[in-house]
Design a protein around this ligand. Structure first.
Ligand code: FES
Length: 190
């Protein structure tokens, strides 16, 4: 395996004046989320979920703000956010199509479903369309094994998926994309 070194020291972090962790979010987190945990660090995952729910992904600036809010080092927040697949460190399309690739779905030919999505969207797994409308990914077990092959289209489960049913769900979802706080943003890779 080749070691890939990132230019962390010279990496430019896109910044904006408006905070991602808004005063309203801080207030709500302090009131509703922090009291559930013994330490502020314990609230890290819940806080990241809140921020991602609001913005659709986790920009680096948002991770720094979370670190400051919880009294952690930015690197600790980054470690956590980059460890879990469900956290997005790059912007994703307004419609997210996730095909499960774990064992039950693999046995039930998940590849047929991925291929149908690939053909319909013109994307490879991991890619987002240039217009920001769609992201296609393959994920590990979605906990829907009894309905293998299973997928998620945004937050809707599609069980016993077929190329036709997934195509139908994608059409439906793309007409009503979920609203993320302040719209779709591009600008950061990692
Ligand atoms: S293996 Fe696909 S949902 Fe569990």
């Amino acid at each position: 395996m080749a070691w890939i070194s990132k230019p962390s020291g010279t990496m430019k972090i896109p910044r904006r004046n408006e905070p991602y962790l808004t005063p309203e979010m801080r207030e709500r987190l302090t009131r509703e989320v922090l009291p559930r945990y013994e330490t502020r660090q314990g609230a890290l995952i819940s806080t990241l979920h809140e921020v991602q729910h609001e913005w659709g992904w986790l920009p680096w600036q948002a991770l720094e703000e979370v670190a400051e809010f919880l009294g952690l080092k930015p690197a600790e927040v980054w470690d956590c956010a980059s460890f879990y697949e469900e956290f997005w460190l790059q912007p994703k399309g307004s419609t997210l199509v996730a095909v499960c690739r774990s064992i039950a779905c693999e046995v039930c030919d998940h590849k047929r479903i991925t291929d149908a999505c690939r053909a319909k969207l013109g994307l490879e797994p991991g890619e987002t369309s240039e217009d920001g409308r769609f992201t296609l990914v393959e994920l590990e077990c979605l906990g829907l094994c009894e309905g293998a092959p299973a997928c998620l289209v945004n937050e809707k489960a599609v069980m016993n998926a077929t190329p036709e049913s997934i195509s139908h769900e994608i059409d439906g979802a793309s007409k009503h994309p979920p609203h993320h706080g302040h719209g779709h943003e591009h600008g950061q890779g990692h």
